[in-house]
Ligand binder design. Structure first.
Ligand code: UN1
Length: 497
């Protein structure tokens, strides 16, 4: 096997390794194989990266937005060319099954193409003036240097959601990826480098959140921070950013419910549940972690679920016949197994509930798909686990289902399976969250629509969709008076007098 390659930081268009740098490695969660080594950046390198981004900003912002969009189009073409190779890197470094690894890269491609077009939109408004010979409009301007801090669960898609939107709006970026998926981050940055992005416009600093992330958030030259990750880390980012009054965009956890009513198409709901709960080993912010099940179909549907879960194949994520890969890291495994113990103490374990061992399992972090029956209010029914663990809650009717669905701290995604069109529309109104699916699982958002949630899921605002640019632009209001005399708003022509 080839030795694991070493990578540097990407600052001012060059790959650099500082003298005496400390290094860390990433490894394959399916078999422990070390993949590559990276520089653990220090505040000194963060400073250099921010300086590079600040220096590159005036020129990049002055490039017409459609031309900035062109760079994104070139990047999307390169991702297309490299899709299979990068998908394998995603699978090897993060553990999602290869079909989902491809999906991760495809989501990056889709978003780059969508955002490239934004270079030709980036709409402002024109609004009538209350005075004659006066024109009022808004234009969008970039914020400046922005920090993009990204998670390991979508190691190519989520960085691109942030980076592509930031760049097309004319910002320059310092990118700090989750340490455990640094190789995916290197692949992302190489694409932008090869797409011809000018030096300093995108910079990569790898390393720990405590050193690199904090230095970035504290830096007064960084005008905005876009963070996706866990709720506790997010709270820290928010508080830290407040010190320098930064715009902080947070995309945090979820405890996403799927409601299955008694008139649902049960085989359809079952397919959706398996994908929503166990896809990506349950490690999506949008994962279906609660099944809220109508009492009339409770036993039937759980019987169907038992039989289907028993057939799921857990194993090598590169093998196309595998349904569930490993969880992403030793830390993840520990946290999920701890929650499984909590579940065993407070709820009824229906299936799974253990680390898989023996043979190839011993070298990786494999957890059996796990289903608990619980009442609403237990810890496993309310806290985000971020693993292949489903809590099933029995309810009497639609109203109780919605009450339970909404009674958690999070509000990202939700789903309802029913054939009653009235109840489907009521659910679209009643479910407190950013995303609702009807007769589809809680995962699978498309990039041309807004993505995000309410309550502890975030600070408001959305990524993706046409609103993606809100996060990365400031609105400037412009008044143009062509009357050639002083006109006083509110005084010269009071409306209604
Ligand atoms: C996430 O879970 O962090 O909707 C993002 C989905 C994906 C994105 C998920 N398109 O499941």
């Amino acid at each position: 096997m080839a030795p694991a390659p070493d990578f540097g930081l990407f600052i001012e268009g060059k790959w650099v390794t500082p003298p005496n740098a400390t290094r860390f490695t990433t490894s394959n969660p399916a078999n422990g194989q070390v993949l590559a080594s990276f520089v653990a950046a220090t505040p000194r390198e963060v400073d250099a990266a921010v300086r590079a981004a600040e220096t590159a900003f005036p020129k990049w912002r002055s490039l017409p937005a459609p031309q900035r969009g062109e760079v994104l189009l070139r990047a999307s073409a390169l991702f297309r060319e490299r899709k299979e190779r990068i998908a394998r890197v995603v699978t090897q470094e993060m553990g999602k099954v290869i079909a989902e690894g491809r999906g991760d890269v495809q989501e990056a491609i889709d978003f780059l193409e969508y955002m490239a077009g934004e270079g030709r939109r980036m709409f402002g408004e024109t609004v009538p003036s209350e005075l004659r010979s006066k024109f009022c409009l808004t234009v969008r301007q970039p914020k400046g240097v922005v920090a993009c801090i990204t998670p390991w669960n979508f190691p190519t898609a989520i960085p691109n959601w942030k980076i592509a939107a930031a760049l097309v709006c004319g910002n320059t970026v310092v990118f700090k990826p989750a340490s455990s998926t640094s190789l995916c981050a290197v692949e992302v940055v190489k694409v932008y480098e090869d797409a011809g992005l000018p030096p300093g416009v995108l910079n990569l600093v790898t390393g720990a959140g405590s050193a690199v992330g904090n230095a970035l958030i504290d830096d007064p030259r960084v005008r905005a921070v876009s963070f996706t990750g866990g709720v506790e880390t997010g709270r820290g980012v928010y508080l830290r950013g407040a010190q320098s009054l930064k715009a902080v965009h947070l995309e945090l956890g979820g405890k996403n419910p799927m409601i299955v009513l008694d008139d649902a198409n049960l085989p359809l709901a079952l397919d959706g549940l398996l994908f929503g709960a166990f896809g990506t080993s349950g490690q999506r912010c949008t994962a279906t972690s609660r099944l809220i099940l109508h009492e009339k179909v409770y036993d039937t549907f759980l019987g169907m679920l038992d039989r289907a879960v028993a057939k799921l194949k857990v194993g090598d994520p590169l093998d196309p016949s595998t349904d569930i890969g490993p969880v992403a890291s030793a830390d993840q495994e520990k946290k999920i197994l701890r929650y499984i113990e909590v579940g065993k103490a407070e709820a009824k374990l229906r299936t799974g509930g253990e680390k898989l061992t023996g043979g190839a399992y011993d070298a990786g972090f494999f957890i059996a798909p796990t289903v608990f029956e619980t009442r609403h209010g237990t810890r496993i029914s309310k806290e985000e686990i971020f693993g292949p663990v489903l809590s099933v809650i029995r309810v009497r009717d639609y109203d109780e289902a919605v009450r339970v669905a909404n009674d958690v701290d999070y509000g990202l995604s939700s789903s309802i399976y029913t054939s009653d069109v009235n109840l489907a529309f009521r659910a679209m109104q009643d479910l407190e969250c950013g995303i609702t699916y009807v007769n589809a699982p809680t995962i699978g958002a498309e990039v041309q629509l807004p993505f995000g949630g309410i309550k502890s899921t975030g600070t408001g605002g959305r990524e993706a969709g046409s609103v993606a640019i809100e996060e990365f632009t400031e609105i400037k209001t412009v008044f143009v008076d062509f009357s050639n005399r002083l006109q006083k708003a509110q005084i010269d022509a009071p409306v209604g007098e």
